[in-house]
Ligand binder design. Structure first.
Ligand code: MN
Length: 231
């Protein structure tokens, strides 16, 4: 195949214990999926799951033991962190039942759904799509993917984020309003999941702003830590 210009490189994420990388196809994100976070955003915490996407090339893959960098984005004065458990799809499908969802999961990673909160809020107020608040360059820093068999009980694990060494977010993945099986059931009814899809499963309470120079350290017990500096 010849192209009129060189195609962009395939977005990818490292895999723990493998030299091969995980090629990213789509990034799906779940909105307001922890009750205390839904409340801090002004909602009741009880509503059907809903989804939005980020472009695949928004990933900032960070190797274990390294500190990644993300550039402070344009147009915002309120860049928020959202620490999330990320599920990586290895086997696709449509209309996957929650009970069968686990076998579609290749592995898990720690990710940050970085958000231009002021732009997101403005778009919500105007009834416009909020992509500009969510789907910008480098808006999805992510650590290496741990294959599911090696990941331990991540669906009941502690999840946390520190900024400059101080706790900002700390909760447990078991507090997800819609658990991973239910997320995959709903998602795969709306879109056909494919190998390479990433699902950011939602963030606990404590979202807040960061500025250039801040260092973010996030983790989910059983997975490695994600270290990112905003520059
Ligand atoms: Mn999020």
């Amino acid at each position: 195949m010849n192209y009129v210009f060189t195609p962009a490189p395939q977005a990818s994420v490292p895999v723990v214990g493998r030299s091969e990388r995980f090629p990213v196809r789509r990034i799906y994100c779940v909105g307001r999926n922890y009750e205390e976070h839904a409340k801090e955003m002004g909602f009741t915490g009880r509503e059907p799951p809903f989804f939005f996407m980020k472009p695949a090339d928004a990933v900032v893959p960070v190797n274990q033991g390294e500190t990644g960098t993300m550039a402070y984005p344009s147009l915002t004065k309120s860049l928020h962190h959202e620490i999330e458990l990320v599920a990586a799809i290895g086997t696709g499908g449509k209309n996957i039942k929650a009970a069968d969802a686990q076998k579609h999961v290749y592995g898990y990673a720690v990710g940050l759904d970085m958000t231009r909160r002021d732009l997101q809020g403005e778009m919500k107020k105007q009834g416009r799509p909020w992509d500009i608040g969510k789907g910008f360059e480098q808006s999805a820093p992510i650590g290496p993917i741990t294959p599911a068999a090696q990941a331990g009980d991540v669906l009941n694990a502690e999840i946390f984020l520190q900024v400059n060494g101080k706790d900002r977010q700390r909760s447990t993945v078991s507090k997800l309003i819609w658990n991973l099986g239910e997320i995959i059931e709903h998602l795969s009814a709306a879109w056909e999941l494919q190998p390479g899809d990433l699902i950011f499963t939602g963030t606990p309470e404590g979202v807040a702003a960061v500025v250039a120079g801040d260092t973010l350290v996030g983790g989910v017990a059983g997975l490695g830590e994600l270290h990112v500096r905003v520059v």
